[in-house]
Design a protein around this ligand. Structure first.
Ligand code: SF4
Length: 379
């Protein structure tokens, strides 16, 4: 592609360029790729169907071993209760993920999708990250492609991009050696794209990675998008250390400048991605608002329910009106989108909408972190 940065040029830019210059370059690109005054968001929720997992990622506070006292696996009906709540709250998308649970085979995953489609046709199911697809294939004696085909037939059309962390074998061996590696993660997405799925790509930084690892991650995404397009957006967030085993090796949060640098740089480097998503959730509302000036054109979802960051003590809540206010505070016009990034609604002259009771925020942000409970995680 013309004017594309090579890996070496990208690495130099990422390491050496001033944040202000990266910001200006990212803003220019963002203006060419998306309406300059608009920032999109989605009304969504992120419940979970199981926290049972044996992968033992050292950065994760969410999972439990199968026999832990607070391990859970929900029945199909129990998961549908979360979709019913999402419907009542006026949401359009449910992002559903869980641990790597060997007891759940293809029938369970297919039933989740088909029941969601049957009972809640107005809710878009954005279900199962790459490692869940991979494990479902493994325990069901199917190929990745067969699992994706079964889920497509049941009505699934998009996958969330969670679980990528940093697509670097060196990093994986240090923080999650039992998880599928960079090749496994990208292969699930490539196969999904080939079948017609759209997916997102994420990155969790701010732990043990080096700039070279971040460049490898972005290079892997860019190459896959060239070869089998299907990524809608890139969504980076920082590692939250509380109540995780890895906290002993990582003393501090990566900081806002790192976030701004990664957002701006990814807008420059990922020239074949249409969207870059900033987050009010992952980095806090004020930093999120400011981050919209670093090349992002999307502000993620309202996340009515969220349990993975919550497990680290990170709690941050908004409703539909808060979204409108935050985007306007940054100087942009809000637009509601769907999971494919199609705009559903704009808000010219509308400063408040009616919020269903089920969507109202009734707890404070940033609850104080609890003490890491190793016993609860490893009975
Ligand atoms: S990040 Fe996912 S795979 Fe890793 S321990 Fe947590 S739930 Fe399991």
């Amino acid at each position: 592609m013309k004017n594309r940065l090579s890996f070496a040029e990208g690495l130099k830019l990422f390491k050496e360029e001033s944040l202000e210059e990266l910001k200006l370059r990212a803003q220019e690109i963002r203006k060419l790729k998306n309406p300059p005054s608009r920032v999109t968001f989605v009304l969504d929720s992120n419940p979970n169907y199981t926290n049972v997992c044996n992968i033992d990622c050292s950065f994760c506070a969410f999972y439990r071993h199968p026999k832990a006292p607070d391990a859970y696996t929900k029945s199909i009906d129990e998961v549908m209760v979360h979709l019913a709540k999402a419907k009542k709250a006026g949401l359009t998308t449910v992002l559903l993920q869980g641990g790597v649970n060997d007891a759940l085979k293809i029938d369970y995953y297919v039933s989740l999708v088909s029941e969601a489609r049957r009972q809640f046709p107005e809710i878009h199911p954005h279900f199962f990250s790459a490692v869940e697809i991979w494990n479902c294939a493994r325990v069901s004696n199917l190929s990745i492609k067969e699992v994706l085909e079964h889920l497509w037939e049941a009505g699934l059309r998009t996958l969330p991009g969670g679980g990528a962390e940093i697509l670097s074998e060196r990093v994986r061996m240090a923080i999650s050696p039992r998880k599928i590696g960079p090749n496994g993660w990208i292969e699930v997405h490539r196969q999904a794209h080939a079948l017609g799925y759209k997916t997102t790509a994420t990155m969790m930084y701010g732990h043990i990675e080096e700039p070279e690892d971040i460049l490898s991650h972005l290079e892997t995404l860019r190459l896959a998008q060239d070869e089998v397009p299907g990524f809608t957006s890139f969504v980076p967030w920082s590692y939250k250390r509380e109540r995780t085993a890895l906290r002993r090796n990582v003393k501090h949060w990566a900081g806002e400048d790192s976030y701004f640098r990664i957002l701006a740089f990814s807008r420059i480097y990922l020239d074949n991605f249409n969207h870059i998503s900033a987050s009010w959730f992952g980095e806090g509302k004020e930093i999120g608002i400011e981050s919209l000036h670093y090349g992002a054109d999307d502000f993620g979802g309202t996340l009515l329910e969220e349990n993975v960051h919550r497990a680290t003590g990170w709690v941050n809540r908004v409703d539909h009106n808060d979204m409108l206010k935050m985007i306007r505070k940054a100087g942009f016009e809000p637009a509601e989108r769907d999971t494919f990034y199609n705009v559903l609604r704009t808000y010219e002259g509308v400063y408040e909408v009616e919020i269903p009771e089920e969507q109202k925020v009734n707890e404070p942000d940033h609850l104080p972190p609890l003490i890491f409970n190793a016993k609860a995680q490893r009975p």
